[in-house]
Design a protein around this ligand. Sequence first.
Ligand code: 6GU
Length: 236
Amino acid sequence: MSNWHVNLLTLFPEMFPGTLGMSLSGKALDKDIWSYNSINIRDFSSGVHKSVDDTPFGGGAGMVMRADIIESALLSIPNQGRKIYMSPRGKTLNQNMAQELANEKVLTILCGRYEGVDQRVLDAHNFEEVSIGDYVLSGGEPAAIILMDSCIRLLSGVMGNNTTPDEESFSNDLLEYPHYTKPAKWVDSNGVERIVPQILTSGHHKNIEKWRLEQSEDITKRNRPDLWHKYIAEKP
Ligand code: 6GU
């Protein structure tokens, strides 16, 4: 077990590591900077049909995952750490939460399917509910992958050391300024000549810094008035 370990409770263990097995997170997995263990909830169903869900009390659409089966799966994990249930009704994941979860040693993430899971297992084992945004996915697995990605890139040794977290989107309540690279002069497919903003090739570092801050402020104002108001309120 690595220094950052995730136990995944899921009906689709083959969804992991998914994209986390590629690129920087994949290399970090190979290097044992992080590790995971997927547990198939279905393995803890005793019936001949291996069913894990049932109809909801009170009626209504869909099926609900059974508390007893989820609990058996959970109790098979010796070191559970912080317990998280991926759900659109949870507290929304943000950069602060990602950093906080990256600082933990062990997480256990429950991924629901169908209409959800019996509330009693969440209550009995104090699951924290986490959402990744205001839209509905068909299951918690892709949400767990996103949560894990946001944490893994913060683990030491995952990113190159020329990444400065405080220049990133959200770490200072501002979105990132635009980036440019060579060629400095480029003609697009419509024949429009597009040049890199003059200031970036000027070598004047103070002016570049000022320009980037202005760009960050403009794009935040335009795209995220909520973040903009927070930034203005907290600005020294
Ligand atoms: Cl965490 N799960 C599901 N199923 N849908 C979501 C979500 C989570 N976050 C946003 N939508």
